[in-house]
Write a protein that binds this ligand. Sequence first.
Ligand code: APR
Length: 263
Amino acid sequence: MRHGVTLDPQEIARARILLEDARSILVLTGAGISAESGIPTFRGKGGLWRNHKPEDLATSEAFRRDPRLVWEWYAWRRELIARCRPNPGHRALAGWAMVSAGVTLVTQNVDGLHEAAALDVADGHESERAFPIELHGSLFRVRCTRCTYRAPDRKMVDASGHAALPHCPQCSALLRPDVVWFGESLDTVLLDRAFRAAEAAEICLGVGTSALVHPAASLPLATLRAGGKLVEVNPDPTVLTTLATVSLRANSGETLQRLLLGS
Ligand code: APR
């Protein structure tokens, strides 16, 4: 967790008023919200993933060239992340979204921790709103490289050899992680839902994202262009900071609890 960042109560109060007065809110999260769950971010310190740069392996070319190496890397990520739990930031967001009308949660993360937090806090309540639009897919879903087969999958993958890699139960072709790779386009239906919510939002709450990778990073700009305001939670300044009405220079775990639950 990043140290040396402190919460300014006045700034928190300002941000709380903006959120309380807003009839529609878009929340965009990035890798930073999961940092306190022990998951490395992409561009912060320790942003390397087991000595591989995401840009080198999270591509369809890499998968075509060496599906075993790419699956080995994803199996490692899946194993690492399967041991991680939602942190107080995920849970505060899930609990707040569940009871707040007009909130749309969009995430760039593929770690499934928002969904896990929604299940944690739901205990039987209607938790639909707490489930995010997963713009970049999920590590815990697979899809076929040939047919339309797609399914949740949390099994540990044996990447010791090509024959052991997961294959489609429908057409026997190789399965791949259901994540968006560099150079691939995002699901247009999800993207359209996200941009409609961004354009309708009075506030965009950006949490733990460097806002450098588009089209996700264009969502806060869509809210601003439509006359909305931006609230940011990030221990470091980002390209959004100068555009934000309030920028909370702090870790998301404690900040979201104070901001959303007042605790
Ligand atoms: N709380 C909040 N934010 C944090 C924390 C924390 N505890 N720790 C780090 N951060 C911030 C960093 O300061 C940084 O601005 O989280 C941000 C993480 O930025 P990136 O690593 O660039 O992650 P993200 O913005 O999600 O990247 C977007 O790029 O590599 C692709 O597909 C990948 O979805 C990813 C996309």
